[in-house]
Each structure stands twice: as C-alpha cells, then as structure tokens.
Ligand binder design. Sequence first.
Ligand SMILES: Cc1cc2nc3c(=O)[nH]c(=O)nc-3n(C[C@H](O)[C@H](O)[C@H](O)COP(=O)(O)OP(=O)(O)OC[C@H]3O[C@@H](n4cnc5c(N)ncnc54)[C@H](O)[C@@H]3O)c2cc1C
Length: 387
Amino acid sequence: MTDVVIVGAGVVGASVAFHLAERGVDTLVLDAAGCLGGQTPRSGAIIRGHHATVVEAGLAWESLTDYYERWDERVGGGCGFTRSGFAYLADEADAPAVRANVAMLRPHGLAEELLEPDELAEVEPAAVPDGISLVAYEERAGYADPVATTLGLLAAARRLGARVERARAVSVIESGGRVSGVLTDAGARRADAVLLAAGAWTPGLAAGVGVELPIRAARIQVMLYQRPYQLTTHLVMTDVANDTYLRPTADWCTLVGRHAPEREWLAGPDADTGEPDESFVRDCRERLGRRVPSMRDAAYRLGRTCALDITPDGRPVLGPTGPDGLYVAAGWSGSGFGKAPAIGAELARWMVDGGPERPELTRFGPRRFVTGELITGEHEYGATGPH
Ligand SMILES: Cc1cc2nc3c(=O)[nH]c(=O)nc-3n(C[C@H](O)[C@H](O)[C@H](O)COP(=O)(O)OP(=O)(O)OC[C@H]3O[C@@H](n4cnc5c(N)ncnc54)[C@H](O)[C@@H]3O)c2cc1C
C-alpha cells in the first residue's frame, strides 16, 4: 500500500513524483515503457513565460526561474537548459493581443519587452522582419533537454524515497466511489490516491471509472535542419507570419514545427504516426528560409512524429475528478514541458493540502467542457499562436 500511485513517467508524472516525495509522501510511479514512452522525449522543450493567461504564464515563469535556471540546486544535476532568448513574432492580426498580453504579464514579474520590427536585428541578426508587425522579446527564455529533465526529476524522486516501476496500468481500482489503487499487467498496486499523467493514454484509463475526458490524439511532426556553422545559435521564435516555431538544438540543427491548425486526428494514442511527410519537410524548410535566409537551403537532418493529447480549448485537464482520490494531469495540447516543474508542485499541494496555491487552477477540471466555460485568454491568439 502506498499513499499515491502515479501512472505515467513523462515529464509531468516525474515532476509530481519529485514534489510528492519532497513532501514525504510514499509514491509509486508506474510506466508501461519504464519511463519516457510518450511525447516528452520528442518534445521541442521550449521554455518561455509568454502565454495568453496569467495562470499559464505564472506556471511557466516559475518553472523557468525556480527550476530550469537553477536545476542543480533545486533538483540536482543538469537538465540542459540553454538560455537562448525567445521572440514572439506577431503579424498584423496578432499584434494587438501581443501588446495587451505583455502589458498584462509585466506586473506579474515576467520580463518581457516589446520591439518594433526593425529592432529585431538587435536581438536576432539572423532573422529578417518580413511580415512582422510587433515582437515580444523575452531574454531569459530558452530550451532544455527533455530526457535529462525527466530522468533528473525521477532520480531526485527516487533519492527521496519514491519508487518507479515498469508496469502497464490496465484499470483504476474503485469501489464505493473511492479509488484504492491501479490494476497493472503485473498485479494490483494499492494506494490511497491515483494520478493519471499518461498523456494521450489518459482518457482510456479515466473512462474505466466513468470519467469522460475530451482529450483526443493528434499526429504532430517536427523537423531538424542542419544549421550553417557560421550561425552559432539563434533565438527561439514563434513566427506567426510563417506559422512555425523554431529553436536551435545542441547538435547544430534548428528544430522547426508548425502549430498545425488543421489537426491530423488519430484513431487513438497507439495509432502509427509513421515517418514525417516529405511535403512537410519541404514546407518547413521554405518557411524557415523566409525568416532565417541563411537556412534557405539547409539540409534536412531528421524528423520526428508522435501523438499529442489535445483538448477542445488547448489547455490541460488538471486536478481531482471522478471518484474520490482520483487526479488527472493530461491534455497538454503541446505545451506541457515548459510548465511541468511548477505544475508538479501544484498537484502535490492539491493532493496533500487539498488545493493548489493558484485558485484559478480549479477551473482546469473536465467540467468546463460540459458547462462550456472553456479557458481562453482575455487577448487570445489565433490558431497559430501560443496559449
Ligand atoms: C513534437 C513536440 C513538440 C513539443 N514542444 C513543446 C515545447 O516546445 N514546449 C512545451 O512546453 N511543450 C512542448 N510539447 C508538449 C510537451 O512535450 C508535452 O506536453 C509533455 O511532454 C507531456 O508530458 P506528459 O508527462 O504529460 O506525457 P508523456 O510524455 O506522453 O508521458 C506519458 C507516459 O505515460 C506512459 N503510459 C501511457 N499509458 C500507460 C499505461 N496504461 N500504464 C503505464 N504507463 C503508461 C507512457 O509510457 C509515457 O511515458 C511538445 C510535444 C511534442 C510531441
């Protein structure tokens, strides 16, 4: 019998395990693949404060400044955090929202600046300002190594007494309206509380105890192109005009993804996402070359595909739901890595103290999809912008 069983050892499950273990909670993490069997190892792993709601920006900023920037001190070891800086390149349609969001976030301590298009060269000489109306610039943002981050959190959790077991959760055990553990392919694991942090696999497990989560699996592709040696690094950029995001990688490449306004829905999380599409490889390089001309003819190095966990408002499902003792943290819709450290702390508070520090998080339950109270920013971006 343990206090908490966490299903899923991606970055989110690992972070919750670390924070529960820090609080002395007897924690068991189960993962069908041992760990890192989902999106996390394929993540762009971009970390930036800029978001369209204060609560999401706060989680991201706390994750950046209290964890990623001081990983060794806070968690132990390294997570590969690299401060590259981040620029949100807004087109004419998104510029008013960017202006309003920067004004909204600054009083909450986020260090964001607004730049005119012709000032972009001062922070990123490799990029041209074509099609840009306004830039939100964040100097402290960057990216990390998602595998090192997750393994670091799991190692720290283990040092504090948590256990990590390779086992597939088959169902949540419930009787009389209370959970009492998880049935796995290696037998039952009893616990007072269960957290489902199994990414795109979460709705299948929740359905077994009558909890309907509108989280759907969608295919995502990202591409890596060889960076010319004279381009040592560059900013992380969300390029709305070209509908791409890009960031440098440690092995002299530039990772490019699209926000995929047309979703490629999958039959389920186990569907084969296949090889990257040749047309996508060409398209992303063309878009990259429009913003960073020195990469116009960059060689394609490799591509990755996998299943994302998408909700109707692009925000995760968080907190207690269904039978007593059941918690969920899934449906990140492509934005869970940057916030994972702080959300791990919040979920641990929720499970131990009965609530999160940020009361706004109680709106992130699945009831919002029934009542229609979806989460949106006051100045929300179009389909291509970050949440
Ligand atoms: C290409 C790509 C780019 C991204 N870029 C960014 C970015 O730049 N910034 C950002 O913040 N976010 C980004 N994201 C999103 C972010 O990576 C995810 O939100 C985050 O990694 C989700 O972590 P997770 O722990 O919730 O889920 P996952 O990493 O999917 O982990 C789920 C785990 O559950 C396990 N599991 C599943 N079913 C079972 C079962 N029945 N029993 C036991 N274990 C089970 C799996 O093996 C897996 O290890 C990106 C995602 C992708 C795919």
